[in-house]
Each structure stands twice: as structure tokens, then as C-alpha cells.
Design a protein around this ligand. Structure first.
Ligand code: PLP
Length: 385
């Protein structure tokens, strides 16, 4: 499938310039049909649980393959938060390791779940950014022999900075700490090999670059770690055989499904599987190349126009999201919407993010609109440029 064929499957792109995949991926005809197929199965069969649970298992396998993991290393979760909580509940903080090192670029839920562990003995340490850059040295200064886990976002939702996760994993592992990757702002926007990254845990979700709906995500746990953990946030789907309906004992399957809790999000699994099929058809390498090309085109045009680009210019340190500084980003987002461009903001940072369904014309339309609304943009000083 070519990028043009891929683009043709997203009806919104005929009506809007859609550059907000960092918030919600665009809806494809494939996902639309899959959600209808779920409703049809419900209409027709009433309660086809076996079929629905099989769909979730197919999704587990397909997602695992897409990140280079085994299906036994994946838990299907209703959200990234649920995955983080399940792992946090399985850790104890009363031994020699009780520190959690949190960087400045985390999405709130990652910090909040670990802050909630303070009541259980966790102690939060910080890795501080310098402006819009968070070097591994900042983590290295905070990680020591008391560190239990280092949660780290791959791409920051606020400024698009991409952390060197393989480098962080090396520093953390040398000091005996776990690394917990939050890949939500990157998964689906290019290839990923979770084993090569060397992380111990990873969460992500389907509603952004994985192009599906809210209410479903994944937790990856490195195979050799799984059996060390028995979460206290659990439920009947975390059992060896949920359909044994036991209330007399707690058993633990050998796979990462031990981190699951209740009835899986079946409707969302239909959507997610269709989206993963579509991404497989275009291929993650093709997606990654197109995203990289568009990010470069946009970031350099924004810089050339004299705007303040907060996302690093180093290709290795950025993902699919580029943030340009506004003086009033909510007003700018509204002005862009009036011009048919859907983007978003965090603080005064205008977020423009790309998927393989975007093209050069989308980039050029956003840049023209920014030039037209230049009074709402911060200007770079000549030296900073
Ligand atoms: C980096 C990151 N992590 C996590 C989340 C959300 O996680 P949850 O599935 O718990 O809502 C988001 C959503 O915007 C995100 O950007």
C-alpha cells in the first residue's frame, strides 16, 4: 500500500487538514467497518463471547508482532494508566530500593501513579530538563543503587522531545533499576523493536498513532521478569483460566496477561485490530519515513519563517510531533480551525503532529496559515535562529 492509498482511507482528509494525531488518530474506513462488524456480531449473535475473546487474542498477537515482542509479553489493558498501576502494585518499596526517578517530560498519569505509591513507601526523585531538552545525564545524576524504577516517556506530549531510551536503559540497568517506557506519543508512527530498546516495561495506547479508539492500550513486560510480579491491582482476567470462575484461590498465568483485570474492551479491540491491519499493509518503515520527511519539512519551514520551534532539530531527538511557541495558543488553534486545520496546544505550545496520511500539501497549508496568523506566534531572535 502506498502513502496515497493509505491517505485515501481517511475521509476526514478530504475536508480538513488533520495534524492532530498526537491527540487522536484520524478515523479510517477500515476502523469504521470493524466497529460496525462488532455491532453486527452483537445484533446477530447476542453474546458471542468466544468470538469476542478470540478477537482480543488476535489483537494481542498482532500488537506483539508490531513491536518485536512475543504475545506472552503483552497484556491488553483499558488504558496506559491501568497498565502502569498494575505494575506499580506489584512492586514493593520497603527494601533497599524505593526511589522512582521521574523526568520533567512525563505525561501526568505516569507521575501521578508513582506519586500515589508514596503512601506505600516510594520516594520520588526528579530528572530535570534544561528548557526543552532532557539529557540522559540528568537521569544519570538521579539514578543510584536506591532506584527501583525509572518511568520515561519516549516522546514528550508537550514539546515533542524524544528521549534516548536505549541510552537511558543502559544507565538504569548498570545501576540495577528497571526502565518503564511510555511510548504512547510514538507507537504507530514508525518501527519499534522493544527488545532492542532494552526496556523492562512499556505502556502505550491505541487512540493516537495506532489509529483506533479510546479505551484500549497495552502493557509489555520483558519475558524474564513476568513471573517475578504478582500485582495487587488484579481481577478475573488476570487468572490462568478466567472461565474457571474460582473464588477460593489466586493463580498466576506465566504470561503478561497476569497484569490484566476485568472484561477486556471488546469493541475497542475490533477497532484496534483493524487499525493494526491497516498499518501492517502500509508498513511501519514506510510510515516512519513519511513522518520523518513531513516533520523535517514543517520544522525547517517554521524555523525559516522566524518562529520558535521548541522540538529539537536533531532527527534522533524528535518524533512525529513538532511544537511551535505561540503567544496565545488556544486562540491560534481556533484561528487554524477556522481555516480548516485541526491542531492542538499545551500551554502556549502549538502541537502539529504527522502520520503517514499527511502529505507535503498539509505541511504547506499549516505553514501558510501560521504566516497569516503570525501575530499569534512568538518570533525567534536573530541569534537564536
Ligand atoms: C505520553 C502519554 N502517556 C499516556 C497518555 C494517556 O494514557 P491513558 O491511556 O491512561 O489515558 C497519553 C495521552 O495523551 C500520553 O500522551
Amino acid at each position: 500500500m502506498t502513502v496515497d492509498e493509505f491517505r485515501a482511507r481517511f475521509p476526514i482528509l478530504t475536508r480538513r487538514v488533520y495534524v492532530n494525531s498526537c491527540s487522536q488518530g484520524a478515523l479510517s474506513t477500515d476502523v469504521d467497518e470493524a466497529m460496525r462488524a462488532y455491532l453486527e456480531s452483537w445484533h446477530e449473535s447476542g453474546s458471542p463471547w468466544e468470538m469476542w475473546v478470540d478477537e482480543v487474542e488476535r489483537l494481542r498477537e498482532r500488537f506483539a508482532a508490531s513491536i518485536g515482542a512475543g504475545a506472552d509479553e503483552i497484556a491488553v489493558m483499558p488504558s496506559a494508566s491501568a497498565g502502569i498501576n498494575a505494575v506499580a502494585s506489584a512492586l514493593s518499596f520497603d527494601g533497599p530500593r524505593s526511589h522512582v526517578v521521574i523526568g520533567d517530560f512525563e505525561f501526568p498519569t505516569m507521575a501521578q501513579v508513582w506519586l500515589a505509591q508514596e503512601r506505600r513507601g516510594a520516594s520520588i526523585r526528579r530528572a530535570h530538563a534544561s528548557g526543552d531538552v532532557l539529557p540522559i545525564d540528568a537521569y544519570a545524576a538521579a539514578i543510584d543503587e536506591r532506584t527501583l524504577v525509572v518511568p520515561a516517556t519516549h516522546v514528550c506530549f508537550r514539546n515533542g522531545h524524544k528521549t534516548d531510551i536505549a541510552g537511558l536503559a543502559k544507565v538504569a540497568h548498570d545501576r540495577g533499576a528497571y526502565v518503564f517506557l511510555d511510548d504512547y506519543q510514538r507507537t504507530g508512527s514508525g518501527p519499534i523493536d522493544v527488545h532492542a530498546l532494552g526496556v523492562d516495561f512499556m505502556v502505550t495506547g491505541c487512540l493516537k498513532y495506532l489509529l483506533a479508539a479510546a479505551g484500549i492500550g497495552f502493557l509489555y513486560v520483558r519475558r524474564d521478569l513476568i513471573e517475578r510480579f504478582e500485582p495487587t491491582v488484579t481481577g478475573w482476567f488476570g487468572r490462568v483460566n478466567p472461565f474457571a470462575f474460582r473464588i477460593d484461590a489466586l493463580d498466576w498465568p506465566p504470561g503478561a496477561n497476569r497484569f490484566e483485570t476485568g472484561t477486556p474492551p471488546v469493541p475497542n479491540a475490533y477497532a484496534a485490530l483493524a487499525a493494526l491491519d491497516l498499518l501492517d499493509r502500509i508498513g511501519y518503515d514506510v510510515v516512519g519515513r513519511q513522518v520523518d520527511h513531513l516533520v523535517e519539512r514543517y520544522a525547517s519551514a517554521a524555523r525559516d519563517a522566524g518562529f520558535v520551534v521548541r522540538t529539537p532539530s536533531d532527527r534522533a531527538r524528535r518524533g512525529p510531533l513538532v511544537v511551535v511557541q505561540s503567544v496565545d495558543a488556544p486562540a491560534l488553534v481556533a484561528k487554524l480551525a477556522a481555516r480548516g486545520i485541526i491542531a492542538s496546544c499545551r500551554g502556549n505550545g502549538l502541537r502539529v503532529s504527522f502520520h503517514a496520511y499527511n502529505n507535503d500539501a498539509d505541511v504547506d497549508a499549516v505553514i501558510s496559515a501560521l504566516v497569516a496568523e503570525a501575530s499569534l506566534l512568538e518570533r525567534a531572535t536573530a541569534t537564536a535562529r
